[in-house]
Ligand binder design. Structure first.
Ligand code: AMP
Length: 284
């Protein structure tokens, strides 16, 4: 595995692979790897000749007062894990390489970026779309690997790729969870031991609501009520939002008739946790 910090160097490496018709996979990340990240790398290694994993804690997707400075980082451990998965290039550019002085452009997927998490994180999804568009331009991969854990992000990036005619296949991989159901996340590091013990109740509440939605269908209200009641009875978590939305446009639904996503965000101590479950479908 080669560590690359400069865009030109990565372009050069990828150009040579492309010339010999090798398939290229890209896994964009913010590092501090867990099994969720590794599952994307594994799939990318299976499906491609060359795999690029980017590690970039992207300042443009953090709002003022968010956790950019304290976001967990461990470049040495990340390097060892990526190497073990058979990744070919680990791309960790310095901030000035991605956003040099005079940088002005942003990508915005209007209509999706203000929904769900976008209501409390203005600018976040524009930051995500911008950095992923740049990474796609730098390494022009055949396939882009994303996690369902960040469902809104995946839907937005799929929309961007379609709308801008980017020639890349988007693969959305299932959420990898701890044994007790908590979705793996670099931010779980912020949980105290007591909070960590409470956190799986979030997923359990989502699962109970999913079961009701799939068994009964009909109005969304009892499904949201069930989730809220279960979350409240677990205690400790403050609900930011829970919504049952369509898979492509993320529009809130009144009735459950076809595929949908039940997505939510909660605050637990210093951590903000997000999670989601799919209703009446297997993949986003
Ligand atoms: P991050 O480093 O948190 O920005 O995540 C990088 C990629 O890994 C994104 O596509 C995430 O959706 C994905 N990812 C994060 N956590 C998980 C998880 N628990 N299971 C599957 N994919 C995940």
């Amino acid at each position: 595995m080669k560590n690359v910090r400069m865009i030109d160097e990565l372009r050069e490496a990828v150009r040579a692979s492309r010339a010999s018709e090798e398939r290229i996979g890209l896994v964009p990340t913010m590092g501090f790897f867990h099994e969720g990240h590794l599952s994307l790398m594994r799939r990318a290694v299976e499906e491609n000749d060359i795999v690029v994993v980017s590690v970039f804690v992207n300042p443009r997707q953090f709002g003022p007062g968010e956790d950019f400075e304290r976001y967990p980082r461990d470049p040495e451990r990340d390097e060892a894990l990526a190497k073990r998965e058979g990744v070919h290039y680990l791309f960790s550019p310095p901030e000035e390489e991605m956003y040099p002085g005079g940088y002005m452009t942003a990508v915005e997927v209007k209509g999706l970026s203000g929904k769900l998490c976008g209501k409390t994180r203005p600018g976040h999804f524009s930051g995500v779309a911008t950095v992923v568009a740049k990474l796609l331009n730098v390494c022009s991969p055949d396939s882009l690997y994303l996690g369902q854990k960040d469902a809104q992000q995946a839907v937005i990036l799929k929309r961007m790729v379609n709308d801008l005619n980017m020639d890349v296949h988007v693969e959305i991989m299932p959420t990898v969870r701890e044994e007790d159901g908590l979705a793996m996340s670099s931010r779980n590091r912020y949980l105290s031991p007591d909070e960590r013990a409470q956190a799986p109740a979030f997923y359990r509440a989502l699962l109970e609501a999913k079961q009701l939605a799939e068994e009964k269908g009909g109005s969304v209200l009892p499904v949201l009520e069930k989730f809220k009641n279960r979350l409240a009875s677990a205690g400790g978590m403050e609900l930011e939002y829970v919504e049952l939305v369509s898979c492509d446009k993320l529009e809130p639904l009144d009735r459950i008739e076809g595929p949908a996503v039940l997505a939510g965000a909660v605050r637990l101590g210093k951590a903000r946790l997000i999670d989601n479950v799919l209703i009446n479908c297997e993949r986003l």
